[in-house]
Ligand binder design. Structure first.
Ligand code: S3P
Length: 172
């Protein structure tokens, strides 16, 4: 059984911030599926979507998912919001869903000093109505795939990270 922690959840829910906090308070090394894809292609996610389309991006996610399963252990893996769909995800590690209502997620992004950049770099957040539909469709699927759920609403990254480490330990 692999000892990776795989963070899943909707865009902007705080996977990156929580991963950065977690590595400070644990021995984990962190990797991020979007970062891996950007360096594989030497392009930003935004450019990959605009030049090659979403389907191509999903193929890259699949490649990363296969590599994670075959080659990575004892690692904290943060993922893009659609990565949970990879069919081998449960073989990669323990799946932790960071959960929050859609409106809270959007408010969290908007409150950030780099809000515009954060919205711009996410092609699927361009149209908030469509993003809300995507959220509604995905949320039950996220819950289905998750081993652990952390409600991150109105909590700091430190609080969420502490709760996560405790729950992971209990789950083992
Ligand atoms: C996506 C989420 C993004 C990125 C890509 C697609 C999605 O990652 O992988 O834009 O399908 O939800 P974040 O969740 O880190 O924004």
């Amino acid at each position: 059984m692999k000892k990776n922690i795989v963070l899943i959840g909707f865009m902007g829910v705080g996977k990156g911030s929580i991963a950065r906090e977690l590595i400070k308070m644990s021995e984990y090394i962190a990797i991020d599926t979007d970062d891996l894809i950007e360096s594989m292609e030497n392009l930003t996610i935004q450019k990959i979507f605009s030049q090659n389309g979403e389907e191509y991006f999903r193929k890259l996610e699949k490649k990363v998912a296969i590599w994670l399963e075959s080659s990575i252990d004892n690692t904290l893996i943060s993922t893009g919001g659609g990565f949970y769909k990879q069919e081998n995800i449960k073989n990669i590690g323990i799946i932790v869903l960071l959960d929050s209502p859609f409106d809270k997620i959007i408010n969290r992004i908007k409150a950030h000093p780099n809000a515009l950049k954060k919205l711009k770099k996410r092609p699927l957040l361009k149209d908030l109505e469509k993003a809300k539909e995507l959220y509604k469709q995905r949320r039950p699927e996220y819950l289905k795939v998750a081993d652990i759920v952390i409600d991150v609403t109105d909590k700091s990254a430190i609080e969420c990270s502490k709760e996560l480490l405790k729950k992971v330990e209990e789950h083992a």
